[in-house]
Design a binder for this molecule. Structure first.
Ligand code: FMN
Length: 207
């Protein structure tokens, strides 16, 4: 079993990092022989997409060595994703959306012929049988059914883009109110939720 952990907070003492670390700890207890692959997007700075990205429309044998070189970052990140059974992503809310570092990772892994195909009925995600857990932290609160729900551009976007590449089993855990008095209780509730999720997964493994 393989777990891919992705962190995208700029802060080393970050809330999402604490929570993804907790998930890894719990996952390791349930999968003592499992492997954890870690991607820290604060230290691995991924490039923006450039004109060279059009090489993704070529067949492998048609690529020049410089195009191969350009695509090697995307190749490596996609291999990590394909190999993982579970993916845990730490996604702080920045300006109502995700950090640009996480968007840069998404731009590298959404790729025609690798994670996305086109058939007679349109686009088709090529990834399957993976569980995704997204842990967010926000200064404010954007709960469903509240007037601020519409400012949450994290969960709807991530659900859509992951579904687009075939990742449909996505669970969100939100640590809200991190800029307010309720920060502590919100963080504790998110941590408890992670514990519950890990216990649920160990039950599934046991069956
Ligand atoms: C650049 C930046 C932009 C932010 N934008 C928002 C925002 O739009 N809405 C919000 O509720 N909190 C916002 N925050 C607060 C963070 O979401 C909050 O501090 C959260 O705990 C960050 O996650 P982390 O602790 O994992 O780094 C922002 C923080 C930073 C640094």
């Amino acid at each position: 079993m393989k777990l891919l952990r992705i962190d995208s907070s700029a802060r080393s003492s970050s809330v999402t990092r604490q929570l993804t670390a907790k998930f890894v700890e719990e996952w390791k207890q349930n999968h003592p022989d499992g492997e954890v692959i870690q991607r820290d997007l604060a230290t691995t700075v991924l490039p923006h997409i450039t004109d060279d990205w059009s090489a993704t429309h070529l067949e492998s044998y048609q690529l020049t060595s410089s195009q191969r070189d350009y695509l090697s970052t995307s190749d490596r990140l996609i291999e990590e994703l394909q190999a993982a059974d579970t993916i845990v992503i730490g996604a702080p809310m920045y300006n109502f959306a995700i950090p640009s570092s996480l968007k840069a990772w998404i731009d590298q892994i959404v790729r025609m012929g690798k994670t996305l195909g086109y058939g007679p009925s349109g686009a088709r995600g090529l990834l399957s049988n993976k569980r995704v857990i997204v842990v967010t932290a926000r200064g404010g609160a954007y709960e469903k059914g509240t007037p601020t729900e519409k400012f949450d551009f994290q969960e709807p976007y991530l659900r859509h883009i992951f579904g687009f590449i075939g990742l449909t089993d996505v669970t969100f855990i939100h640590a809200e109110n991190q800029g307010r008095e309720a920060a502590g209780p919100s963080l504790a509730a998110a941590a408890e939720e992670i514990g519950r999720l890990a216990a649920e997964q160990s039950l599934q493994v046991a069956h």
